[in-house]
Design a protein around this ligand. Structure first.
Ligand SMILES: Nc1nc2c(ncn2[C@@H]2O[C@H](COP(=O)(O)OP(=O)(O)OP(=O)(O)O)[C@@H](O)[C@H]2O)c(=O)[nH]1
Ligand SMILES: [Mg+2]
Length: 327
């Protein structure tokens, strides 16, 4: 999703280019821990080396595993590099660095079975947001609303996390800040009923997008997982095909734990996209590749901060370029 700029003046392309450049710079700054972590280690490893030895590949392997890329994914990448080295296609460590970068990009180009359906966009387009406690669901919803608003879309937020009063308040605060209506009921209300009424209100307002917040739950909490099923059923009764998107939010700082959460959540409910938050924190960027490779679900957005413009549609090439850029 890109923000469309309908400006017929000739400076528009330059403005756009400048904006892209600014966004790229900010992304680079925000993921600086990953860049200063594993990319720096890789570069130190390459420094002064003229040849590619078996030890060099082993050390790369170790660094990638430490960067949360996951053993399986790392093995695939290293095997491919090794084959290219054996075939004489990689001459020196600098070429190896480039091929590594391309191999990581290729991980994101694999097909997933969750491509967005073609056809006219449903109205409202209903997004259900799920995940365990504290991963960043509510913040992501606010950021998503901000992105959609920038596209000129009318958004409604639905506070179906009725578990804690503070959860409803948190969403309402964001709603005020963004100028977006929030549909809520008292704490303790049935989340399915809130979702149903929320979608009704979204329809009545003619909203383009409705985003539904849910309480954090562990995949092991059977009742809460069942509740999610109920929320989904009820939504489908109000708006045909809803939820049209189910986003699973994962906290990148939890590393391989995020991956195991993803696996169990996807077994329990039909997740159509992943949002990886807190990539600006202590997260090691490798987790993005690990999730993309091991899950059959696209990473749709990444969170790189706590502010409302800190959510980005995930652009793999841009992300990997930002990671590998030297300065
Ligand atoms: N640094 C950083 N912090 C984030 C990001 N996304 C969310 N947070 C912070 O993570 C904390 C939890 O975020 P919430 O949005 O409340 O998480 P939640 O999943 O809704 O939590 P529950 O409703 O309790 O399950 C907040 O302090 C957010 O500001 C991010 O991309 N980067
Ligand atoms: Mg929340």
């Amino acid at each position: 999703m890109f923000i469309s700029v309908n400006n017929k003046f000739s400076q528009a392309p330059f403005e756009r280019a400048r904006k892209v450049e600014r966004m790229f710079k900010r992304l680079k700054e925000r993921i600086s821990r990953s860049r200063n972590g594993f990319i720096k280690q890789l570069d130190e490893l390459f420094l002064g080396k003229k040849e590619i030895s078996p030890e060099l590949l082993e050390e790369i392997e170790e660094i990638l595993v430490m960067a949360d890329m996951g053993i399986g994914t790392v093995q695939e990448v290293i095997d491919k590099l090794q084959q290219e080295v054996d075939r004489g296609e990689i001459a020196d460590p600098e070429a190896l660095r480039n091929r590594l970068k391309e191999q990581i990009k290729a991980i994101f180009k694999q097909e997933t079975n969750k491509e967005t359906k073609q056809g006219p966009e449903p109205k409202p387009f209903v997004i259900l947001v799920v995940g365990v406690n504290g991963v960043g669901k509510t913040t992501t919803i606010a950021k998503l609303a901000h992105l959609y608003k920038q596209e000129g879309k009318d958004v409604v937020l639905v506070a179906a996390d009725t578990f804690r009063a503070a959860a409803v308040e948190q969403l309402e605060k964001w709603g005020q800040k963004l100028g977006v209506p929030v549909i809520s009921q008292r704490a303790g209300a049935d989340p399915s009923a809130v979702a149903f009424d929320g979608l009704e209100a979204a329809k009545a307002k003619g909203a383009d997008v409705a985003i539904v917040d849910t309480a954090g739950r562990l995949h092991t909490q059977v009742n809460l997982m069942k509740e999610l099923q109920k929320i989904r059923r009820v939504m489908g009764k109000k708006v045909e095909g809803a939820p049209h998107e189910t986003l699973l939010v994962l906290d990148a700082t939890t590393g391989q734990n995020a991956l195991s959460q993803a696996k169990t959540f996807c077994e329990a409910t039909d997740v159509t996209g992943i949002v990886l938050t807190k990539l600006d924190g202590t997260a090691k960027g490798g987790i993005v590749a690990s999730i993309a490779n091991e899950m059959n679900i696209p990473v749709k957005y990444i969170g790189i901060g706590e502010k409302m413009d800190d959510l980005r549609p995930f652009d793999p090439d841009q992300f990997v370029d930002a990671l590998f850029e030297r300065h």
